[in-house]
Design a binder for this molecule. Structure first.
Ligand code: FPP
Length: 256
């Protein structure tokens, strides 16, 4: 019987630049970046200008995460449903992705950021797929922050794929049905080895998960901010952490 992968242990991260988030700050923050279009519209600009400004906010949030001692940051950059947007907007978003991959990888490496992708990167153009794989390989040894970018990602699809992989492991005799428990199931998800998010932030005032990290969100604290994504930065990141700090996390247990 071939062993089925277990959740790997937490990576040995280097120290944060500072520990502003405090020892009880969230280790894993996930963000649903929303509001680029409305930001552009309110300024009479094309949506592309909103997405470009959203890219700047991505940079600021990576810097803020590092500053606050966050170890895992997961960003919802492109949902599986985003392919249904007008072709011109999809082209703009994929061109931006191509641009960021080319321009940011050396900066991420210098900052000690490891980049991973979850979702269906295979639906993007071949050069983007190649650059994503190269970026994952190049940054694999970085330990300060593990940045996961969700691209063509859908939580339900991720769960169905995991179920299929678990079923295949059973059919092929690599796992017995009774061995399939929650940790083992999680090892078949795209996020295997990454702890569940402690905090999920959504910008723009919408209050939905929109198919993001459905399994992993089970006990996450949810923070909804009224700011549009392109206006997100250090102040808003700190505000989300402050809300998180007010929450009492019980993981289903009774108050002590
Ligand atoms: C939501 O705003 C945002 C997105 C669909 C994409 C997120 C993209 C970026 C942050 C820019 C960087 C891009 C990539 C691909 C790395 P929205 O367009 O849904 O805003 P709206 O709800 O106001 O219309």
């Amino acid at each position: 019987m071939q062993p089925v992968p277990e959740q790997s242990p937490l990576p040995d991260n280097g120290p944060p630049i500072s520990d502003v988030g405090g020892p009880h700050g969230p280790a894993h923050v996930a963000i649903i970046m929303d509001g680029n279009g409305r930001w552009a519209k309110s300024r009479g600009l094309p949506r592309l200008a909103g997405h470009r400004a959203g890219g700047e906010a991505v940079r600021r949030s990576v810097a803020a995460a590092i500053r606050h001692g966050v170890r895992w940051l997961t960003l919802y950059a492109f949902s599986a449903e985003n392919w249904r947007r007008p072709a011109s907007e999809v082209l703009d978003l994929t061109s931006l992705l191509r641009h960021y991959l080319r321009s940011e990888i050396s900066a991420l490496t210098a900052e000690g950021v490891r980049l991973s992708v979850i979702g269906e990167p295979g639906r993007f153009a071949e050069d983007i797929q190649r650059n994503l794989s190269a970026a994952e390989r190049l940054t694999a040894g970085n330990r300060r922050l593990h940045l996961t970018v969700a691209l063509s990602y859908g939580g339900r699809t991720e769960i169905v794929r995991a179920a299929r992989a678990a079923a295949a492991a059973i059919v092929e005799g690599r796992m017995r049905p009774e061995e399939l428990d929650e940790p083992r199931f999680a090892s078949f998800l795209a996020t295997a080895g990454i702890p569940d998010p402690d905090l999920i932030v959504r910008t723009s005032g919408e209050r939905r998960l929109s198919n993001f990290l459905l399994w992993q969100a089970a006990y996450a604290e949810l923070v909804f901010l009224d700011v549009l994504w392109p206006d997100f930065g250090e102040t808003e990141f700190a505000a989300a952490l402050a809300q998180y700090a007010q929450r009492e996390r019980r993981f289903g247990a009774r108050p002590g």
